[in-house]
Design a protein around this ligand. Structure first.
Ligand code: NAD
Length: 347
């Protein structure tokens, strides 16, 4: 079985690549490297080597864009020719900054939505009908807050979330066609954080990153003066936002379980939240990071960001019931692994 992983050089994609190679899958990574670095796979091979696995032959890394229909056709065609057709796609490629999507929504519609459309059309051409899609809790939006189940109201509050929901709909529409036998797993990630426990791969963006952990690292290593906390009057126990932080290795494992699920399910379309079901406030997170890693994190409260929600936690029963997956790693693991990643890659 050959898996095509789009965006496989990125933060989450590189951890999924590693998990798939660990189970000796035949993998093709397609990535434009717009937000990732070419040396990422040397690091992945290094981790595999440390585990006594030599699987370089199981992976092809192709630099290219999901909007390039001819390239996609060539990938699918070549695999068919060598009798290892692409059986499943894991679709992680795309842009992910909420802030940037507000400034340049057209770019988000072009790369995320149009790119997905092209990918799905080539999959259809080559009879590849299994896909795991990287969606996001941002589809739930800001009209409500608290614990979100897969049935919660959808109301994205920014273009990024809108593109994610539009892609979900595109996939759902495919399953409405008569006699279709597509198997689609739509994973809504909550807040992926942390790094691989080796400290060799982690969140290493090219495009400026607004996620909290890369900023925590910068402040702790004194590359940045202070951490901005957006709002201190949220309706939470300490006034700061509450999020569901999930370790990126747990998230990668959810994809492996997802592939097993797709190979046996009769359902055409399944949406599943991927989180821990636990909420942590930003202040709690900062204090844990300080305590666990014995470092200083000066903070500064600034205004709330437009479109933010106070509490965003996943209801995770379905993930456990359907995929047989639950997050195993703790906040302590997240903080430790993240700091190890920073220390090993301080330059
Ligand atoms: N990290 C998060 O907080 C988060 C949360 C929810 C959902 N997601 C989704 O998960 C997916 C992966 O996120 P990530 O954090 O690993 O992001 P990332 O930016 O690290 O990885 C995305 C990868 O896609 C590649 N890419 C972008 N546009 C491309 C294109 N047109 N063609 C081919 N490759 C392209 C980038 O170079 C990058 O390597 C994204 O779809 C994102 O929207 C991420």
């Amino acid at each position: 079985m050959t898996i095509l992983l789009t965006g496989g050089a990125g933060y989450i994609g590189s951890h999924i690549s590693l998990s798939l190679l660990e189970r000796e899958s035949n993998l093709i990574v397609l990535d434009s490297f717009i937000n990732s670095k070419l040396d990422i796979f040397d690091r992945v091979y290094c981790i595999l080597k440390e585990k006594g696995l030599f699987l370089k032959n199981n992976i092809q890394v192709i630099k290219g864009d999901i909007r390039d229909k001819n390239l996609l056709r060539k990938i699918f065609f070549d695999q068919k020719l060598v009798k290892k057709p692409v059986d499943t796609v894991i679709h992680c490629a795309g842009l992910k900054s909420v802030r940037e999507s507000v400034i340049n929504p057209k770019r988000y519609w072009d790369i995320n939505f149009e790119g997905s459309k092209i990918l799905f059309s080539v999959m259809t051409e080559f009879d590849c009908k299994k896909i795991v899609f990287s969606s996001s809790a941002s589809v739930y939006g800001s009209s409500c807050e608290g614990i979100f189940s897969e049935e919660s109201e959808i109301n994205p509050s920014n273009p990024y979330g809108e593109t994610k929901f539009a892609i979900e709909n595109l996939l759902f529409d495919i399953t409405k066609k008569k006699n279709n036998d597509w198997k689609i797993l739509n994973l809504r990630y909550f807040n992926p954080v942390g790094a691989h426990s080796s400290g060799l791969i982690g969140d290493d963006p090219v495009i400026k990153n607004r996620n909290i952990f890369p900023i925590l690292n910068e402040v702790a290593s004194r590359k940045k003066q202070e951490l901005f906390i957006f709002g201190k009057s949220w309706n939470t126990f300490d006034g700061t936002c509450i999020r569901d932080y999930i370790h990126v290795e747990d998230l990668a494992e959810a994809h492996v379980k997802g592939l097993d699920y797709l190979s046996k399910t009769k359902r055409n379309f399944t949406t599943i939240n991927v989180g821990t079901g636990l909420g942590t406030s930003v202040l709690e997170l900062v204090n844990s990071f300080k305590e666990i890693n014995k470092c200083q994190i000066p903070i500064k409260y600034v205004d709330k960001r437009e479109g933010d929600v106070g509490i965003l936690i996943a209801k995770v029963d379905l993930a456990s019931k359907v995929l047989g997956w639950t997050a195993k790693r703790s906040l302590k693991d997240i903080c430790k692994d993240n700091w190890r990643w920073q220390k090993r890659n301080s330059k």
